[in-house]
Ligand binder design. Structure first.
Ligand code: 9D3
Length: 258
């Protein structure tokens, strides 16, 4: 897996290379990343990468030429024209786990991070194959979105997560049928006067699994009823799950009641 990132702020990406799960995987050579600064591809002495918008209005627009020269350089170095060129953009398709999984099965791609008010549309029309957003909130640029995307993809690569934190148990993944995860507890047994649900120290794994499934269903019903509908539509809910949901719907103050 290799990502080539076009960004005016290459320093931001060191974190991904150095820290945590992605840092360890990078150290082991599971994935690589190279950053490309469009400023290095500017054609004037001031190394200009932005200009005022045609039609007027506030803010600046990233020029097509420096970005295009950067992308062409990447494609030449990687000896392929077929790489996905992903623009991180508030106008993109909302990113989700299914897209992370698709990307994790590929060879990586070119990530283009915008700054300022936007990017000259002619660059987008000429080079960009996918536009991806993190959701309906405003960031200062595409960098943090690109890092979030790479983090979510790299952790899905074979051998990146240890057995103890393996990917299939995550929220939105198959083990949980696309439901939210159940609550977690660890020592001490009493913290600030609050105990741990007794079933979790019973050693009865069938009862523990049943409790966790019920907790997942109840939390998801309360917070993300859209995910319940999606799981149902995909046939991921058993008759037992449906009965559990019916009982949850009848209990107003879940999960505090027993
Ligand atoms: C005034 C119109 N704004 C569009 C919503 C302008 C604008 C805001 C923020 C233009 C660019 C940006 C920078 N954001 C990103 O590059 C970005 C982003 C985001 O802001 N939210 C969610 N996902 C993403 S991915 C890239």
């Amino acid at each position: 897996m290799r990502f080539d990132v076009v960004t005016l702020f290459p320093g931001m990406f060191e974190m991904l290379r150095e820290q945590g799960v992605t840092g360890r995987a990078h150290q082991r050579g599971v994935w690589t990343m190279q950053t490309w600064n469009p400023r290095a591809y500017a054609t004037d002495v001031h190394r200009t990468v932005d200009d005022r918008p045609y039609g007027g209005g506030p803010g600046m627009v990233m020029m097509a030429e420096p970005l295009s020269r950067a992308v062409n350089d990447i494609k030449q170095q990687r000896q392929t024209q077929a790489l996905p060129v992903i623009l991180l953009s508030p106008a993109g398709q909302s990113f989700d786990q299914a897209e992370a999984q698709r990307l994790s099965r590929g060879a990586g791609g070119i990530l283009v991070c915008g700054r300022y008010e936007g990017i000259d549309q002619r660059f987008i029309d000429h080079h960009v194959t996918h536009e991806i957003s993190l959701g309906d909130f405003v960031l200062s640029g595409g960098e943090i979105a690109a890092m979030a995307l790479m983090d979510s993809v790299v952790r899905l690569l074979p051998g990146v997560l240890g057995h103890a934190q393996s990917a299939p148990q995550d929220s939105f993944n198959t083990g949980l049928s696309g439901l939210l995860d159940h609550p977690h507890y660890t020592r001490p047994e009493t913290w600030q006067g609050h105990g741990v649900p007794h079933v979790l120290s019973s050693g009865d794994h069938a009862r523990i699994d049943a409790w966790r499934r019920k907790a997942s269903l109840g939390l998801t019903l309360e917070r993300r009823p859209d995910l319940i509908r999606a799981a149902r539509q995909q046939g991921l809910l058993s008759a037992h799950d449906e009965a559990c949901l019916k009982r949850c719907e009848a209990v107003a103050d879940w999960p505090d009641s027993d």
